[in-house]
Design a protein. Structure first.
Ligand SMILES: [Fe+2]
Ligand SMILES: [Fe+2]
Length: 133
């Protein structure tokens, strides 16, 4: 069983966004496997950089949708995205100077994605479904 098991409670109903969420879950699993293989040390920097870039792209797409339809929850949603990006950045920096705690970061990423997708993105998804019809 993977570290971060996909399940359909993570579906928000917009295909582009759901596909990207699956990718993010896959990337967390890849990071987890890399950390295990390295005896709980940081994964290869490219893997963290890849997650950072992909998450930034994903957030940009969600934010574009929300802006296009004047989504009322935009501000708080943006703040949550920034918290995720900040955590990944801190992790990247900590890996560079060897002060990182990969297990803690992985738990954060998995917990954040689960809570954000099921608690925040789903509401956006319902709103967008109504507006994209
Ligand atoms: Fe989001
Ligand atoms: Fe999302």
């Amino acid at each position: 069983m993977p570290y971060f098991d996909w399940n359909d409670s993570l579906l928000v109903g917009i295909k582009t966004i759901d596909d990207q969420h699956r990718q993010l879950v896959d990337m967390v699993n890849t990071l987890h496997d890399a950390v295990e293989q390295r005896g709980q040390h940081c994964p290869a920097p490219e893997l963290v950089a890849r997650l950072k870039a992909y998450a930034a792209e994903h957030f940009h797409i969600e934010e574009g949708y929300m802006q296009a339809f004047a989504y009322p929850g935009l501000e708080t949603h943006l703040e949550e995205h920034q918290a995720f990006s900040a955590k990944v950045q801190t992790f990247e920096d900590a890996c560079a100077d060897d002060s990182a705690n990969p297990a803690e970061v992985l738990d954060f990423l998995k917990g954040w994605l689960t809570e954000h997708i099921t608690g925040v993105d789903v509401h956006m998804g319902r709103f967008l479904e109504d507006h994209l019809r």
